[in-house]
Structures are given as C-alpha cells and as structure tokens.
Write a protein that binds this ligand. Structure first.
Ligand code: SAH
Ligand code: SF4
Length: 363
C-alpha cells in the first residue's frame, strides 16, 4: 500500500483513533499508547513505539500513516524568527512561523488555518490569494508537530521548551474553518499529548460574528479581533467582512465572549496605516468604542509586501496613538515586526498554491 492510500492517524480525535484501531482488531490500550507516542513523544515511525509488540507495529505500519507533510522550504530571519513552507500530499502549501520571544525564554508558533483566504482585506498579502482549501485537523496538528521536530523540543519538559504559545494568525480565517480548527485545537490541548493549554492559545479573527460565542464556549481560547478601523465606512474597505458584520455587532459579540475576563482580556489588533486610520481622533474613538470591555489593543506597524498600496505610520504617530489609548485605560503594546526579511511578519504570508481551473472549494 502506498503512503497516499494508508489511513493517516494524525488529526483523528481520540474516540476516532480508538474506533479505528478497534476496527482493525487492536485493543483499546493501543489507542492510548499510540496517542502518547504520536503527541507526547513525536515519533514518526512505528518501530520507535517500544511499548507495542513488533508484530503489531508492523501490522499498523501496513495500513496506517504517521508521516509528516514535507517541509518544502525553511528560512531563518536575522532576528531568529523561523518560517516553514509546509507541503501536503495534494501539493498545497501553507506557511507556519515560529517567533521566539526576545526578552524571555518563550516563543509563539503562528499557524495557518486555510490555504489562502476567502476574505480580501486590502492590507493583507494572504488576502491576494484565493482560498484554495480549508486545512484539515491533520494539516493543522502537523504544523505543531513539525515545529516541535525542527526546534528539537520532543522529550524536553514544559519549562525547557522555547515553543510555549500558539497563535492562529497565519494564513486564512480560522472561524471560516471552525470544525477543523476546533478538532485540531482539542488534540493540541490534550493533556496526555502536545498539552498546550487553552491559556496559551489565541485565535485571531477578522470578525466572523456568528462563530465567536461558540468558539469561546467550546474552546475557551484567547480571542484577538482584527479591528483596524473605528468607522464602518473605512472598515468596509480595509476588512470587507465588515459589510456583513459591522463594528457594533462585532463589539457586542466581544462583550459576550464566554472566555473573556479582566484576567484574560480580548486583544484588538490595529494595523497602523499612514494617513488612513492613525489620527488622534481615531484613537479617541477607539477608547470610546471599547468602553468598559476587558480589552487591550495591539498596535501592529503595517508590514509591507510587494505591490501593497499602504504605508506604515511613522513611529511618532504610532506612539502618540498608543498614548491616547493608555490614557483611556487600555494597554496598547506596539508589536515589533518580526521576520520581515523573510516575509514572515503579520500579513506577509502567502504560498504559490492555486486553485485548479474549475475546481470547487471544499468548505
Ligand atoms: N484571518 C485572521 C488571522 C490571520 S491575520 C485575521 O484576519 O484576524 C493576523 C493579523 O495580521 C490580523 O490582525 C491581520 O489583520 C494582520 N495583518 C494582515 N496584513 C497585515 C500587514 N500587511 N501588516 C500588519 N498586519 C497585518
Ligand atoms: Fe484573510 Fe485575515 Fe488576511 Fe483578512 S487579514 S485577508 S481575514 S488572512
């Protein structure tokens, strides 16, 4: 049987894995052991699973696949940010970025949820790509496994690891691929496996209002909202999804987000675009809109990409904007651009995957 025909195990929910193994005549204990080998130890070969008898290892290897997708390109920025171009068996590609924290020993993995994006935010490089397909739970979990491989972090204990946090801020809109994202996150959060806690995971959305409540209730992850404008007429242009779900509805959904509290504030992302959304009046309006919500604002200097029509606000302007937010009671850190030299910064990700002529997008 070729690899393409073998049943992939990565990305199956625990119950699915148990049922699949049972259907091949394996005892329930094997599912528990496999889970441990795949997600706590990171093995990529059945022969490494020493708690499973050799005969059973061979039988599993005949019908199941635990191979990783290919890393088609690996780049390291001068600031140590790393980017991997990951290619799946159907040849589609996405980018995954590891951003080490420069001040302490932590780092965040920025993962993608779709190949391309259906949305067309005018300042985002990914938005210039058509949506090619949703990523499956298999594809999403594998981004995490590949990062652990490449960072050599299997077998290390929690506090020795550099990769501690996950942000869903790569290519795609995660709430347009909710089922797969949720399934993958449950695997990633499972305590007997990869074990990254919900407190260390942040999902960023451009504002898919009807999915926000469910995301908070079921996954309890941190929420980041790509706000970028304080008036609907401007947000309609920057984030066209605003025409469907305008600012007032979006903020209402945020106020009701089940997993928010003062200890865990909602992050509002605000890309600083010169002369577009960066005036003092915009900052004051932002303070007014957020009101008494447990929130903080992440100011993101615009990251340029080939043929982009925007420029980044000046440093002085960004700081002045941030001061107004601070005076209004909102922490407003300025996100340092990371990995710009390898196009790994926010909004710069893109791959060459294209939809084949006439091919329909599976949603
Ligand atoms: N689709 C989701 C998650 C991915 S984008 C979303 O839009 O939230 C992650 C963040 O980068 C978003 O806030 C996005 O608006 C921002 N971004 C996109 N293009 C950017 C650019 N060129 N410079 C800076 N930030 C950008
Ligand atoms: Fe898609 Fe997010 Fe980029 Fe908008 S900012 S085009 S939603 S990836």
């Amino acid at each position: 049987m070729s690899i393409a025909e073998k049943q992939p195990l990565i990305g199956l929910a625990r119950e699915e894995l148990t049922a699949l193994l049972a259907s091949h005549g394996f005892a329930p204990l094997r599912a528990k052991q496999l889970w441990h080998w795949l997600y706590a130890k990171g093995v990529t070969d059945f022969t490494q699973m020493s708690s499973i008898a050799k005969g059973e290892q061979a039988k599993m290897a005949e019908v199941f696949s635990i191979a990783r997708p290919t890393v088609a390109r690996e780049q390291t920025s001068t600031d140590t940010t790393r980017k991997w171009l990951i290619e799946f068996t159907d040849k589609n590609q996405v980018e995954t970025v590891f951003i080490p924290d420069l001040t302490d020993d932590r780092g965040a993995l920025c993962i993608s949820s779709q190949v391309g994006c259906t949305l067309t935010c005018s300042f985002c490089h990914t938005g210039t790509m058509p949506l090619v397909r949703n990523l499956t739970a298999h594809d999403i979990v594998n981004q995490v496994l590949i990062a652990r491989d490449r960072l050599d972090e299997w077998g290390k204990r929690g506090e020795e690891r550099l990769f501690t946090n996950i942000v869903l801020m790569g290519m795609g809109e995660p709430l347009f691929n909710y089922e797969n994202v949720a399934k993958a996150l449950k695997i990633i959060m499972d305590n007997e496996g990869i074990a990254i806690s919900k407190r260390k995971i942040t999902l960023s959305t451009s504002g898919v209002v009807p999915m926000i409540e469910r995301c908070g209730r079921e996954l309890e992850v941190g929420l980041a909202i790509s706000l970028h404008a304080v008036r609907d007429d401007l947000r309609d242009v920057l984030v066209p999804l605003n025409k469907k779900y305008p600012i007032a509805e979006l903020l209402e959904a945020c106020r009701n987000y089940p997993a928010a509290s003062n200890a865990r504030r909602i992050t509002f992302e605000y890309v600083m675009l010169k002369g577009i959304n960066d005036s003092d009046a915009d900052a004051r309006e932002l303070v007014r809109l957020l009101g008494d919500m447990p929130a903080k604002v992440n100011l993101i200097p615009f990251n340029p990409w080939p043929n982009a029509i925007y420029e980044c606000s000046s440093n002085n302007r960004i700081h002045a904007f941030g001061r107004i937010l601070m005076d209004g009671g909102f922490a407003s850190p300025i996100r340092t651009p990371r990995g710009q030299d390898i196009l790994a910064a926010c909004g710069q990700l893109k791959s060459d995957s294209e939809r084949k002529k006439g091919e329909r997008v599976a949603l």
